[in-house]
Design a protein around this ligand. Structure first.
Ligand SMILES: NC(=O)c1ccc[n+]([C@@H]2O[C@H](COP(=O)([O-])OP(=O)(O)OC[C@H]3O[C@@H](n4cnc5c(N)ncnc54)[C@H](O)[C@@H]3O)[C@@H](O)[C@H]2O)c1
Length: 353
């Protein structure tokens, strides 16, 4: 247990902060490990939620003012993606460790600037890839590290929604968010898949993104939350890609907010010459003495990953430990994302440096 309470500030008090960040900061505050000093949002009623429901001492609509007025140990950034880089750099410069929501930034150049700022300030930076903190996925990581799969040669990172275009926030606007399902839900699967494989270096990408539904007026039950004006929708609603990595490893990526499929599908699978794994159905699939084997981990609790992520980040600061989601790994994911969009625009394979 740390002797000093860590002083926490949260920027952006929207959907993810209220559902999955602030409750866990509050839990740590109740344990005496942190103090929720400030919250910030452009919308005053949301600042009030941060103060009244979660007990933040101070509320702001200007994050720079918030960073000026108090010294923070942790800044947790839960705003739209276009703010991730500038807010991270400012918070690091102000001497705080930074937890920032996914995707890391709007492009690899911004991600690099964030990493540089972290090195310069000697503070920790972690992207909130909460799926790495879910017990079933931790179990699969252990399986891979024991060498159970043998030689890994290919993998698949898929999250397909039949209908589910976010109708809140600014998910559908490119200049605010960068992209659609690829950077919203695909990024979780890519990160999980690459982490489980031990992050083989990506070398090249062939990708294509499509906008088939999001800007249509006739889309029935298409969006979640408030309906947005269809003409504002300028991101993709389906993405597909093949990523070639070192050691001849390939990763297939597929993500949709809307697609004419029978039902939602969400799966990372990895194939090796001794066994394969899948997150759904969760288990390891191999063979032994001329028989096929299936080892299932259905008994594992599906704990909220954000809880584990926030507790992990806090512990890393209390004990000066390395963070699980290394920013250099998130940069690799960002490079893949950039290359998928570039490949789609140029209709050709893009090499990753
Ligand atoms: N890890 C996950 O599972 C997960 C799930 C949903 C969203 N997210 C990520 O969380 C982030 C926010 O998503 P959301 O669904 O909460 O969106 P949201 O629109 O509900 O919330 C974003 C909040 O940020 C505030 N904001 C925007 N610009 C600001 C600024 N300059 N200063 C202060 N506040 C500002 C907005 O007013 C809003 O309240 C996104 O990056 C998204 O990708 C992650």
């Amino acid at each position: 247990m740390a002797s000093k309470k860590l002083r926490v500030g949260v920027i952006g008090v929207g959907g993810i902060a209220v559902a999955c960040h602030l409750p866990y900061w509050q839990e740590l505050e109740n344990e005496g490990r942190v103090e929720l000093v400030g919250v910030c949002d452009l919308i005053k009623s949301r600042v009030a939620v941060g103060q009244e429901r979660f007990g933040a001492r101070k509320g702001y609509t200007d994050y720079k003012k918030m960073l000026r007025e108090d010294q923070y140990d942790i800044i947790d950034i839960c705003t739209h993606n276009r703010w991730h880089c500038p807010m991270t750099v400012d918070a690091l410069k102000a001497g705080a460790h930074v937890l920032v929501e996914k995707p890391m930034a709007m492009n690899a150049k911004e991600s690099q600037a964030m990493i540089q700022a972290a090195h310069k300030s000697r503070k920790k930076l972690m992207v909130a890839q909460h799926m790495r903190f879910e017990a079933p996925h931790e179990k699969l990581k252990d399986v891979v590290e024991r060498g159970t799969l043998g030689q890994i040669y290919t993998a698949s990172a898929v999250w397909l929604r039949r209908r589910g275009i976010p109708g809140w926030g600014k998910f559908h606007i490119r200049k605010e968010s960068l992209g659609g399902p690829l950077i919203d839900i695909g990024v979780h699967m890519m990160d999980l898949c690459m982490w489980l494989m031990g992050f083989p270096k990506p070398k090249a990408v062939m990708g294509k993104v499509y906008r088939m539904f999001g800007d249509r007026k006739d889309l029935v039950n298409g969006s979640w939350g408030e309906p947005y004006p269809p003409k504002e929708f300028d991101v993709e609603d389906y993405a597909i890609a093949l990523v070639r990595c070192e050691n001849d490893i390939t990763m297939r990526v597929e993500a949709s907010w809307a697609a004419n499929i029978p039902e939602e599908r969400n799966e990372v699978s990895i194939l090796g010459d001794k066994a394969g794994l899948s997150t759904n159905p969760l288990g390891v699939y191999g063979y032994e003495k001329n028989a096929l084997t299936s080892t299932r981990f259905d008994w594992l609790p599906t704990l909220e990953g954000h809880r584990g992520e926030i507790r992990h980040f806090t512990e890393c600061i209390e004990k000066n430990l390395p963070v699980r989601v290394k920013p250099e790994e998130s940069l690799q994911i960002q490079k893949i994302i950039d290359a998928i969009y570039e490949s789609s625009r140029k209709n050709k394979e893009i090499l990753i440096k």
